[in-house]
Design a binder for this molecule. Structure first.
Ligand SMILES: Cc1cc2nc3c(=O)[nH]c(=O)nc-3n(C[C@H](O)[C@H](O)[C@H](O)COP(=O)(O)OP(=O)(O)OC[C@H]3O[C@@H](n4cnc5c(N)ncnc54)[C@H](O)[C@@H]3O)c2cc1C
Length: 426
């Protein structure tokens, strides 16, 4: 019997362990992970492929972390089912771990559509260290790649491959790249920079078939797009996105939507069972509702909140929102909150677009409050703007200043600065 059992030992699992130990130094903790060494930074797997970082640099906690925290770490083991009535987790080899409190921190798994030929040698997904290592091992003998998906994962993988000298074609079903976080103008600016780096971008299309090499049909030789065009390549990387890994709670009483449903303490509808990170739908303070927000710092914070509550210290998750800070191919971009509203008529937008300076700033407002921010090539004031968004400040009198070159903290009225940054005015 372990007092606390945590399935998944990445951002959310680590956050939970640290919080539990703050409150309960002695209670037994068992962590289960199907990865051999789970305490690495997932966002850095592209750095491993590009050669920018080795495994040592990617570790977000040392090897000794689990022993230092007196955690029984069952790594390389898969939790295959849950028995919530008798409170145990069944593992892959048939053994079981009993628990008092359980955290499901199983994250996400890559979305892999059915594509003819996807079983050929040279097809990869791109979400784990092992994916990155397998891909990196193939690069010496590869000259070209097709990356399916031009979201954050697809673009980061593309950049890594370009750095390693490969000719890359990025294929995206939507008509714009990074369409979940950028509006068409910002997307086009990033797209232009990526094209200049030599990448071919095929939007409004996907890969319908992966074909083999003439001399060996089992090895990737090309990708046939929906247009019928065949792109010769040595590798195909499926980087369409991640979906919550909810299979462990399937068939149990734990309620799910796209992810596991949780309250502000990160508890599910089943007492003593918590969920955090990419697998959970947590509170988004911009939308005012629970949503999937697959971001590392949020996963870690959600794990921390779950850990506190599991150990008996009351804590509420303050909420997070979509937030991306990118510098792919050298172009700095920030996108926060509702940066690209699906129903633009419902919002007011303030824009400063100066193509000759490659500058784009857009603020999305609802009822005179900032709900979305896009900054391209001038991201310096993102912190102040985010503060205004987070605090729900009425910016009616400041609207145009928000996107001006000289916007800064001093632009804000003194009374507002006092309220937002009380520490500076002691
Ligand atoms: C390529 C890439 C780039 C990214 N870049 C960024 C970025 O720049 N910024 C950012 O904020 N976020 C980024 N993210 C997202 C970020 O990595 C995730 O939000 C974060 O890792 C979520 O943490 P988690 O603990 O919820 O889940 P995960 O990191 O997905 O970890 C879940 C763990 O649980 C294990 N597991 C799952 N099921 C079981 C089971 N049944 N039994 C045992 N073990 C199991 C998994 O193998 C995994 O080790 C990126 C993600 C990827 C893939």
């Amino acid at each position: 019997m372990s007092k606390y059992v945590i399935v998944g030992a990445s951002a959310a699992g680590i956050g939970a362990v640290e919080a539990i130990r703050e409150v309960d130094p002695k209670g037994t903790i068992t962590v289960i992970s199907d990865e051999q060494c789970p305490q690495y930074s997932r966002p850095m797997i592209s750095d491993l492929v590009s050669g920018k970082a080795d495994f040592g640099k990617m570790m977000c906690r040392e090897h000794e972390f689990w022993t230092e925290k007196s955690v029984q770490a069952l790594t390389g083991r898969t939790a295959v089912s849950l028995n919530l009535k008798d409170k145990y987790v069944e593992l892959d080899k048939g053994d079981r771990v009993d628990f008092e409190k359980l955290l499901v921190a199983t994250g996400g798994k890559p979305f892999v559509p059915k594509i003819e030929g996807s079983d050929k040698d040279g097809v990869f997904t791109f979400t784990t260290l092992s994916d990155a290592e397998s891909l990196a091992a193939k690069l010496e003998s590869a000259e070209s790649a097709v990356v399916i998906g031009a979201g954050l994962i697809g673009v980061s993988c593309t950049e890594a491959l370009v750095k390693r000298g490969l000719k890359v074609t990025m294929v995206e079903l939507q008509d714009k790249i990074l369409s979940l976080i950028l509006d068409p103008t910002a997307s086009e600016m990033v797209e232009n920079v990526i094209r200049k780096a030599g990448v071919t971008i095929a939007t409004g299309q996907t890969v319908k078939r992966i074909v083999g090499k003439p001399e060996n049909d089992k090895v990737v030789g090309g990708a046939v797009l929906t247009s019928g065009e065949q792109v010769p390549c040595d590798l195909v990387i499926i980087a369409i996105g991640v979906i919550p890994r909810t299979e462990l709670v399937a068939g149990t009483d734990v309620k799910t939507n796209r992810g596991i449903l949780v309250d502000k303490t990160m508890c599910t509808n089943v007492q003593g069972v918590y969920a955090s990170g990419d697998v959970a739908e947590a509170y988004d303070f911009v939308y005012g509702e629970n949503r999937l927000l697959p971001l590392w710092p949020l996963a870690q914070l959600e794990g921390k909140v779950a850990g506190y509550n599991m150990a008996g210290k009351k804590a509420d998750y303050p909420g997070g929102t979509a937030m991306s800070s990118l510098k792919y191919f050298g172009i700095p971009v920030i996108s926060i909150g509702i940066a690209n509203p699906k129903d633009p008529d419902q919002y007011e937008t303030i824009v400063n677009h100066e193509p000759e300076r490659s500058l784009y700033k857009k603020i999305v407002l609802k009822d005179n409050k900032i709900v979305g921010i896009t900054l391209v090539n001038d991201i310096e004031k993102a912190g102040v703007l985010f503060h205004l968004l987070k605090n729900g400040v009425n910016v009616k009198k400041l609207k145009q200043e928000l996107v001006a070159d000289d916007f800064c903290l001093a632009t804000l009225p003194r009374s507002l600065r006092r309220k937002l940054y009380p520490g500076e005015y002691k």
